[in-house]
Design a protein around this ligand. Structure first.
Ligand code: NAX
Length: 330
């Protein structure tokens, strides 16, 4: 069996981590042959709760999990890690302005970027889940100059999974028969869920989902809004934000980054923009990507209609505004 790799999860005492830690530890992300050492970072007041999480992980008796290191010190948490799930972030509290929220998170992701820079492996793969995920990932990368920019990403996989599930329900096929749904832009209400290029697998042959459904109005209105507002719908029903599905999405994202995407299939990831499809450069923008040998590549040459271009421009504008606000704080 391979040597254990070190994996860090921040916000480890929180609700997404509670599901995610189990998925990682039983081999869902790095494979059944890859032993792990888990580093769990949270803030000092949460160390008691974290102790309980460590006890439960131990009680799961998972053969791949070699040891667990709970800590409130980023220098310890990021030491020699090959993969980082940055889930912890400052939540919006009552009366908090958007700018205050951004300022608190810029600080957190500055500290964590610097700690990654000093301690992590130089090929570490960093997935930012904590919101505002795209801008937090950009800040984190900026403060970790010795790690390639390509190694920082933000999670839009939950949005992709939600979109895929909506298309599957509309077409009337199992969710695994739908692929190539795209999330463009920011993980926020301006994101653009796009099923224009989605494929339906019917008995081994693939057809275009939009052609199958023949309901352009549904794709442009109901579908887009349902996916954009899904997080709010879950909160309204559960009185808590998405956690199990967010953890599954984080596991999917990192698994594809390490294991690659199948031929002809793409997934969506927030990655450093090169300006493809008219997106602003140097923001973390969600694109369709293919992955090979742990390296992502933005899918090129997709046909973009006027509606899609307008939506891409709109979410890009929001990311530029967030970047300006973040730079004003830095
Ligand atoms: P919880 O409030 O349950 O847990 C967050 C944990 O992070 C807490 O234990 C807290 O103490 C810890 N934390 C705060 N500051 C920290 C720091 N500086 N270092 C280490 N740990 C720190 O939130 P949860 O439901 O787990 O959500 C976590 C984050 O994911 C939130 O920012 C949330 O908005 C974001 N989400 C992002 C999604 C995405 O698709 N990108 C979807 C799900 C989720 O809403």
């Amino acid at each position: 069996m391979a040597e254990p790799i070190k994996v860090v999860v921040t916000g480890a005492a929180g609700q997404i981590a509670y599901s995610l830690l189990y998925m990682i530890s039983k081999g869902d992300v790095f494979g059944q042959d890859q032993p792990l050492v888990l580093h769990l970072l949270d803030i000092p007041p949460m160390m008691g709760v974290l102790e309980g999480v460590v006890m439960e992980l131990m009680d799961c008796a998972l053969p791949l999990l070699r040891s667990v290191v709970p800590t409130a010190d980023p220098e310890v948490a990021f030491k020699d890690v090959s993969a980082a799930f940055l889930v912890g972030a400052m939540p919006r509290k009552q009366g908090m302005e958007r700018r205050d929220l951004l300022a608190a998170n810029v600080k957190i992701f500055q500290v964590q970027g610097e700690a990654l820079d000093r301690n992590a492996k130089k090929d570490v793969k960093v997935l930012v889940v904590g919101n505002p995920a795209n801008t937090n990932a950009m800040v984190c990368s900026r403060f970790a100059p010795s790690i390639p920019k390509e190694n920082f990403s933000a999670m839009t996989r939950l949005d992709q999974n939600r979109a895929q599930a909506q298309v599957a329900a509309k077409v009337g096929v199992p969710v695994g028969d739908i692929s190539n749904v795209i999330i463009w832009g920011n993980h926020s209400s301006t994101q653009y869920p796009d099923a224009t290029h989605a494929l339906v697998n019917k008995n081994g042959s693939e057809t275009n989902a939009a052609a199958e459904v023949k309901d352009d109005c549904w794709f442009k209105n109901v579908f887009v809004e349902t996916v954009q507002k899904r997080g709010a719908s879950v909160i309204a029903a559960r009185k808590m934000s998405s956690a199990m599905s967010a953890a599954k999405a984080a596991a999917d994202h990192m698994k594809d980054w390490f294991m690659g995407t199948p031929k002809g299939k793409f997934v969506s990831m927030g990655v450093m923009s090169d300006g493809s499809y008219g997106a602003p450069k140097d923001v973390i923008f969600s694109f369709p990507v293919t992955i090979e040998n742990c390296k992502w590549k933005i899918v090129q040459g997709l046909e973009i209609d006027d509606f899609s271009q307008k939506m891409i421009n709109n979410t890009g504008k929001e990311l530029e505004e967030e970047r300006t606000e973040a730079f004003n704080i830095i």
